[in-house]
Design a protein around this ligand. Structure first.
Ligand SMILES: Cc1cc2nc3c(=O)[nH]c(=O)nc-3n(C[C@H](O)[C@H](O)[C@H](O)COP(=O)(O)OP(=O)(O)OC[C@H]3O[C@@H](n4cnc5c(N)ncnc54)[C@H](O)[C@@H]3O)c2cc1C
Length: 298
């Protein structure tokens, strides 16, 4: 007979790993499934200055610290790309591309992924001059010119990071002002090699010899560059669920206990519809979802 878990946690970002710490310490029999690397989005952040306890830390270091903590606790962690969560009698079945896990409860902590521009050759040039992570790929552009699209915190934070590596950084933003923290805007304004374009949209991605070579803007002008980093927002990772309540744009709706419209499924972190998408909120929700799951299991 197939093993029945108390809980399956889907996603090992900061929310999922925090839930795992709480579940493990309460002696719950569960497995944590992750389709990428532990840490999720924080791996893309070069500089975190608003997470209490660390005056300044880079994302991968924070991710590794939390991962080490769950490893030391002996959390059952496995690679798995979850494709479906379905009902089977009184249980839930979590299906990855390779296996199925039968469980009494589920915590969804699958976060968000970068929104794409949706232009013709964007997918083709990913890894050939186009990236969604300056911190991961920035070093490839030492002394070269890069374009950042976006005007939020992530766009400015990563523009500042890459400005210390690249020759010139062009920030293209479609509005007349940034939607970012003032301290980031001030830092960007002080950087001499950051060139700002407001009220401009990219309408075409240009390529040469199968590599990104520049962008065409809506006023028909062209910016030539070696790299393009896209930060135009995020979308929730909820493709694999069709039986719980979400907003129109796919965010999971929960009550204040983080219970979804299904009594046996809880959710936490950036996958939720909420006001603030940050490490501190996601970690708090991971703890809350797990402690409420512990209550219903016991
Ligand atoms: C560039 C950047 C800079 C940032 N800077 C800051 C900052 O300075 N301070 C701050 O507080 N916040 C910052 N944030 C926001 C912060 O990183 C997020 O709010 C937080 O990491 C969200 O954590 P999470 O665990 O909810 O989701 P995620 O980090 O998105 O983790 C979700 C995990 O689930 C996995 N997953 C998704 N779908 C599946 C599936 N079907 N099967 C299995 N696994 C799946 C993903 O691979 C991922 O690892 C930044 C974000 C970015 C992108």
């Amino acid at each position: 007979m197939k093993k029945i878990y108390d809980c399956v946690v889907i996603g090992a970002g900061v929310a999922g790993m925090t839930a795992a710490i709480y579940l493990k310490r309460a002696n719950i029999d569960f497995i944590l499934l992750e389709k990428g690397v532990p840490g999720g989005q924080i791996n893309k952040s070069s500089n975190i200055e608003n997470y209490p306890g660390f005056k300044k830390v880079d994302g991968p270091t924070l991710a590794f610290n939390i991962y080490e903590q769950i490893e030391k606790l002996g959390v059952d962690y496995k690679y798995g790309d979850v494709k479906e969560v379905r009902d089977s009698e009184n249980y839930k079945v979590v299906c990855t591309d390779k296996e199925e896990f039968v469980t009494k409860t589920v915590i969804i902590a699958t976060g968000r992924r970068p929104r794409e521009l949706g232009l013709a050759n964007e997918k083709k040039l990913l890894g050939s001059g186009i990236s969604y992570c300056a911190y991961c790929d920035g070093m490839l552009y030492k002394n070269k010119d890069v374009i950042i699209i976006g005007g939020g915190n992530s766009a400015l934070e990563e523009a500042l990071y890459i400005a210390d590596i690249a020759n010139k950084v062009y920030i293209v933003h479609r509005s007349s002002e940034y939607r970012a923290d003032q301290f980031l805007i001030d830092k960007v304004n002080k950087k001499e090699n950051i060139i700002k374009y407001f009220n401009k949209e990219v309408i075409d991605i240009l390529e040469q010899d199968d590599r990104f070579s520049g962008v065409k803007l809506n006023d028909e002008s062209v910016i030539n560059a070696d790299g393009l980093f896209i930060y135009i927002g995020q979308i929730p990772e909820t493709n694999f669920i069709d039986n719980i309540k979400t907003t129109e744009d796919g965010y999971i709706i929960t009550d204040s206990h983080l219970k979804t419209s299904d009594d046996k499924i809880y959710a936490c972190g950036d996958v939720l519809k909420k006001d603030l998408y940050q490490i501190a909120t996601s970690i708090g929700e991971g703890a809350l979802a797990a402690s409420n799951i512990i209550k219903i299991l016991k």
